[in-house]
Design a protein around this ligand. Structure first.
Ligand code: FE2
Length: 187
């Protein structure tokens, strides 16, 4: 009886918790289990202006700005100029949550088969502010800021991803690349 009461109370607390600053988010993720990440991100109430302070922009590619990284997870802010996109890529057997902060990003998902030309399975997800999830069991994906204005998205990877394979449209084959940051961790 006592145990069930404790579990109930803890669930209620998590459901109603709102996260108002980036440092609070880092603290919460650092002490959370994988199963709690989605709930955590759903409770984000951080003003867009807080992310604008740490975002960086590049005319040639979207930027990967590291907010925090441990052995267990990495938290990144991706900043997209109009038209910028990722190649079709995998997530190296890790789980990825995306929270769209500002703007609109189109996500296309593909069958996870790295020996053939990618086969589109679902198109145009992630167009509205909110939380999205992807891993290799769901498939490969690509992200694209198709609107004529900037976009920002928050990404949590559990565990961090060192490298991933992607489909090169030019070479018409899958390649592997090491992932890097445009700006280093700030926490
Ligand atoms: Fe991705």
């Amino acid at each position: 009886m006592l145990i069930s009461l404790i579990i109930y109370n803890s669930t209620v607390q998590i459901n109603h918790m709102s996260i108002n600053t980036i440092s609070e988010l880092v603290k919460e993720i650092s002490s959370s289990k994988k199963e709690e990440i989605e709930n955590l991100i759903n409770n984000l109430a951080i003003p867009v202006s807080e992310f604008e302070k740490i975002g960086t922009w590049d005319e040639n590619h979207y930027t990967r700005n590291c907010i925090a990284r441990t052995e267990d997870y990495e938290l990144l802010l991706l900043c997209w100029q109009a038209g910028q996109e990722t190649p079709i890529h995998c997530h190296n057997d890790q789980d990825c949550w995306v929270f769209l902060i500002e703007g609109s990003i189109i996500e296309n998902q593909y069958k996870n088969n790295e020996v053939e030309i990618p086969v589109l399975t679902v198109s145009e997800l992630m167009v509205e502010k909110g939380t999205y999830f992807i891993n290799d069991d769901i498939g490969l994906h690509s992200l694209h800021n198709s609107k004529n204005k900037r976009a920002m998205s928050l990404h949590v990877y559990v565990n961090p991803i060192e490298e991933c394979s992607y489909y090169s449209k030019k070479l018409k084959e899958y390649k592997t690349k090491n992932l890097s940051y445009d700006t280093p961790a700030i926490f």
